[in-house]
Design a protein around this ligand. Structure first.
Ligand SMILES: NC(=O)C1=CN([C@@H]2O[C@H](COP(=O)(O)OP(=O)(O)OC[C@H]3O[C@@H](n4cnc5c(N)ncnc54)[C@H](OP(=O)(O)O)[C@@H]3O)[C@@H](O)[C@H]2O)C=CC1
Ligand SMILES: O=C(CO)COP(=O)(O)O
Length: 381
């Protein structure tokens, strides 16, 4: 073999290419449990961590999670523990699946127990106060780890039952991984999780994926509110489409790709969440739209509705980077500023008329708006 051949055939040196055989899932709610079941069904060794020892003991005894997914039995290969050190011992990768408000604390705790294995955040939200994306929060607390995300249109109860489901798994690529994406942590995780009914796609656009998951919850609340208040399908379709525009604009402003927003984690999840009362976000909106006071929604039970806090962190972030998000702002006003639902949506519908692609940049007063009526009144006085 001459020198030339040797150059051509020398293997690319890549960092960690081990297959992912064992997975720790942190968070034994509906989605953590569904993902743990998915990974175990795909043949991985899975440890599911829950914070409540009594709940963990019940899961171990019953072979199911009767608090969050009562109708589905655990597959072989899934064990449960309330000891985080046990959960992550020998793990080749971690799925972090507690509510977004707890992700920083969980990551800080995890970092004490974990070597440098990839961590994938599966929660959908933007941190309150800092406006940081979940992957950035985890990256800040776990600097030795590759941090990715897993997101898409996925109701936990459907995934747990084995209904065909597709997700996007994203993590940053090194330059070597760009040349051979199948060696990236995201691709290795996709191989570890994939089964005949669970179909992962791979991406390196972490921010694009995360924006989709965060924004769709706020838009779903808006859709629920409008539906609950008695409006129909035209209105919901308009909110979904203009919500998608808000998602696209913010993702682009933060360096994400518009194409990612049209994928599973954007359009896919927006469509799912805004179409079904199985969504807690949509359901909260429905109840508020019907005039039920917030404390009485869900019969007063504490339910994780990520879009509620995200309405604030998202619009704060959008204002900071100069992106207009009128639907998200309307949701924030109603949820957090005491604005009247009917009046706020009426004002949304009579906002200035604009070009449909944001690139067609102009605006003029809507004829139904107060400003327009005043202007016309003055002009014709
Ligand atoms: N459910 C779904 O279909 C999907 C959910 N997601 C996302 O997954 C994330 C989790 O949601 P989901 O599993 O549905 O929520 P659930 O309400 O089903 O479960 C929440 C879980 O988090 C635990 N938990 C709550 N607060 C804390 C805390 N402060 N610290 C540590 N653990 C905590 C709960 O423990 P305990 O029981 O002890 O209270 C429970 O195990 C959310 O960001 C959601 O958007 C994403 C895709 C699908
Ligand atoms: O993220 C989800 C589906 O992809 C779950 O939506 P909810 O949190 O609104 O129930």
């Amino acid at each position: 073999m001459d020198m030339h051949d040797e150059t051509i055939h020398s293997p690319i040196v890549l960092p960690d290419q081990r297959p992912i055989r064992s997975i720790a899932v942190i968070g034994a709610g509906a989605w953590g449990t569904a993902l743990a079941m998915t990974a175990a069904s795909a043949g991985r060794v899975v440890r599911l961590w829950g914070r409540d020892p009594a709940h963990v003991e019940a899961m171990a005894r019953q072979g199911r999670n009767s608090r969050y997914l009562p109708e589905v039995d655990f597959p072989a290969g899934l064990s449960v523990t309330a000891d985080m050190a046990v959960a992550v011992s020998d793990a080749d990768a971690v799925l972090l699946v507690t509510p977004s408000s707890s992700i920083r604390a969980m990551a800080r705790r995890l970092d004490q127990h974990l070597g440098g294995v990839p961590v994938f955040v599966c929660s959908k939200g933007i941190e309150a106060g800092t406006g940081m994306m979940m992957s950035d929060v985890v990256g800040a607390e776990m600097p030795r780890h590759t941090v990715g995300v897993l997101s898409g249109p996925t109701f936990a109860h459907e995934t747990a039952r084995g209904y065909p489901t597709a997700v996007t798994i994203a993590a940053p690529f090194t330059s070597a991984e760009r040349a051979a994406p199948q060696t990236s942590p995201a691709a290795r995780m996709a191989l570890a999780m994939g089964s005949e009914w669970f179909r992962p796609y791979v991406s390196d656009d972490v921010i694009g994926v995360e924006i989709g998951g965060a924004v769709k919850n706020v838009i779903a609340i808006a859709c629920g509110m409008m539906t609950g208040a008695g409006f129909a399908e035209n209105t919901r379709a308009a909110l979904i489409t203009r919500g998608l525009d808000e998602m696209k604009a913010l993702a682009a402003a933060l360096g994400g790709s518009r194409e990612t927003v049209t994928g599973l984690s954007g359009v896919g999840d927006l469509t799912l969440t805004c179409s079904s009362s199985s969504s807690r976000n949509m359901s909260l909106g429905l109840q508020l739209g019907q005039g039920i006071a917030r404390p009485m929604c869900f019969g007063g039970a504490p339910v994780v509705v990520e879009g509620e806090n995200t309405a604030i962190s998202l619009t704060d972030l959008a204002r900071r980077v100069g992106v207009e998000m009128p639907i998200s702002e309307a949701v924030r006003e109603i949820l957090h500023c005491g604005a009247d639902l009917g009046e706020t949506f009426a004002a949304l519908w009579s906002q200035p008329i604009r070009g449909e692609p944001r690139a067609l940049s102009f605006e003029m007063a809507h004829p139904a708006s107060v400003e327009a009526i005043d202007t016309f009144a003055r002009a014709f006085a």
